[in-house]
Design a protein around this ligand. Structure first.
Ligand code: SIN
Ligand code: FE2
Length: 242
């Protein structure tokens, strides 16, 4: 029982809005603070060292406080039920979830059956600073990579608000991130993401295939016991349909 089932008319409206935003996105993203972003490909921007060590420590503490109430679990692949190698949890009103029944957004943690914790204020601020979007994020997906965990190439496409970019924060061990185009067969670009880096993808790259090929163990002291945490911020519902 995922939330956010939408009519065809709503989908068509969202798609037209998405097309408009694709045209505006390249201008909007240059409002990013100090314009220190690196353009990886059209609509994909990397802001190296966006968070300094103090900000990273603070964020890790905020994540740790919330995962006490919303513990990490292992999602499962649609149909096959094969467990992900990545462990996940969520913050915000909408939590991204996957099991045998498919990909969807859920309002409650699957194990505790409680609402997800709130999104840390610093992340909401970051979203507004780099995201160039009028409404607040509704989902912060937390990915925890350890023991060789990785993430295959996929699209983020379970959201109605495809006009909003995806804002993704890396913490802990460095990782090899790969991003291509909207077709799985498109050429891909690989980039190493370090702790404190922020990547934003939207506009014509909002539906770009992306994944994590590998995490380099022992490259960061940030997380006790090692590993990498990725925080992915997304708008899920279309703010104009509220
Ligand atoms: C994701 O696409 O959900 C995660 C990407 C990352 O870990 O950097
Ligand atoms: Fe993703």
């Amino acid at each position: 029982f995922g939330i956010g089932v939408r009519s065809l008319a709503q989908r068509a409206r969202a798609w037209r809005k998405f097309q408009r935003v694709v045209r505006n996105f390249r201008e909007a993203i240059f409002m990013m603070p100090d314009a220190a972003s690196l353009k990886i490909s059209p609509g994909v921007f990397l802001w190296r060292g966006c968070l300094d060590r103090a900000a990273q420590d603070e964020l890790i503490a905020e994540v740790a406080a919330r995962t006490e109430h919303a513990p990490f679990y292992r999602p499962r692949m649609p149909r096959s039920g094969k467990p992900f190698s990545v462990e996940e949890t969520n913050f915000g009103s909408h939590g991204w979830f996957s099991d045998e029944s498919g990909y969807r957004y859920e309002a409650m943690h699957p194990l505790t059956k409680l609402p997800w914790p709130d999104i840390p204020v610093s992340l909401v601020t970051l979203w507004h600073a780099v995201g160039a979007y009028e409404a607040a994020p509704e989902c912060c997906l937390v990915n925890f990579y350890r023991d060789g965990a990785r993430m295959g190439l996929h699209q983020d496409r379970d959201e109605a608000a495809l006009d909003a970019p995806v804002v993704s924060v890396s913490l802990g061990d460095s990782a090899l991130f790969r991003i291509g185009g909207v077709s799985r067969r498109d050429r891909t670009t690989s980039v190493t993401l370090h702790s404190g880096d922020v990547i934003v993808f939207g506009g014509e790259s909002r539906l770009a295939y992306h994944g994590i090929d590998r995490v380099m163990a022992g490259t960061s002291p940030l997380i006790a016991g090692g590993g990498r945490i990725n925080l992915t911020l997304r708008r899920v519902t279309d703010p104009s349909e509220k």
